[in-house]
Ligand binder design. Structure first.
Ligand code: COA
Ligand code: MG
Length: 290
């Protein structure tokens, strides 16, 4: 499943949903959580079921829904309404660890059976850093549940948990607590053997800032990112695609190691390359289908 740019769409806005379908995002995340006011949640959930039915069929984007978190008591009702043919995945906010993935998976499985969805089809994307407890449970995503598609992280809710007045420095970079959350999300995902997606970039008019931020994300190991506005999707996809130079170097590295099967380290153009570089080169080529 492609996870480069996943666009959030409030689940109570049919207008935005209609627009979002044509944007070219790898997935749409219809949101039942924070972008829908409490009084609108039941109607949004019921409306979503019809949209999922209508979208069931060949299309080039995945249909995700962000459900309400377990502590609201709304999660099961959300799942009952939306697990049906056409749904590809659930985004679980405010998850507290691997046990929440298992709990969610146990709720999804019988609904898949009842509605005739292929068992295991509905995947899970976890927002892994939104509670204080979550920060201490990041190792628990390994071994990964078969439904676990990726981990991502969130700064806003975590800030509210600790009472932060801001989460960014004057230059726009994350303050220490959020850098820690972001880094631990990356390591937790690698530990579980699933991809990591960077959190959203909230200033949706700042295309240059988004580009710079995504290039940093890709450099650090994230494979994609959440989007909140249609204008962000193409920029994210461009920034996460390997450059021509990256691809050329990756091909050179793989070719050099294949030509020298006995070597664990070798030089290309005056630089040393060893097995971690070979792994990364293979990953770069895999990301473009080579
Ligand atoms: N999905 C689909 N369409 C969207 C969209 C989205 N996420 N965000 C904006 N649009 C549409 C608008 O409806 C508008 O359409 P129109 O030209 O047909 O009127 C167009 O894109 C331009 O929108 P713009 O005026 O720039 O933004 P806005 O002020 O209308 O909306 C937000 C700003 C933040 C409210 C909106 O981008 C949004 O709802 N984002 C998603 C929020 C969300 O789901 N958050 C949960 C995760 S944190
Ligand atoms: Mg939130």
């Amino acid at each position: 499943m492609r996870l480069t740019a996943l666009l959030f769409v409030p689940a109570d806005s049919e207008k935005k949903f209609e627009k979002a379908k044509g944007i070219g995002a790898d997935g749409l995340i219809l949101d039942l959580e924070d972008s829908v006011a409490p009084d609108n949640k039941a109607a949004a959930r019921d409306g979503l079921a019809a949209w999922i039915d209508a979208a069931n069929g060949p299309r080039d984007w995945a249909f995700w829904v962000r459900v309400n978190p377990f502590d609201t008591g709304l999660t099961e009702a959300d799942l009952k309404a939306i697990v049906r043919p056409g749904l590809d995945g659930i985004v679980l906010p405010k998850a507290n660890g691997g046990q929440d993935v298992a709990r969610l998976a146990d709720l999804i499985a019988p609904l898949e059976r009842e509605t005739g969805v292929q068992p295991g089809h509905v995947k899970i994307l976890v927002v892994a850093t939104e509670t204080a407890a979550a920060m201490f449970n990041l190792a628990s995503y390994a071994p990964a549940h078969p439904r676990l598609a990726a981990l991502t992280w969130g700064a806003e809710d975590l800030g509210a948990v600790v009472g932060a007045t801001n989460n960014k420095d004057a230059d726009g970079s994350w303050t220490q607590p959020y850098q820690l959350a972001r880094s631990l999300c990356l390591f937790a995902a690698a530990n579980a053997g699933v991809p990591a997606l960077d959190t959203l970039y909230s200033d949706f008019r700042d295309a240059e800032g988004l580009d710079a931020s995504c290039r940093t994300s890709r450099r650090d190991g994230f494979v994609g990112r959440l989007a909140i506005h249609p204008a962000q999707v193409a920029g994210i996809q461009q920034a996460f695609a390997p450059s021509e130079e990256d691809v050329a170097l990756a091909r050179q590295i793989v070719a050099a190691f294949e030509a020298n099967p006995g070597l664990g380290t070798l030089g290309i153009d005056g630089k040393m390359y060893d097995i971690p570089h070979l792994k990364q080169a293979r990953r770069t080529l895999a990301s473009i289908g080579e």
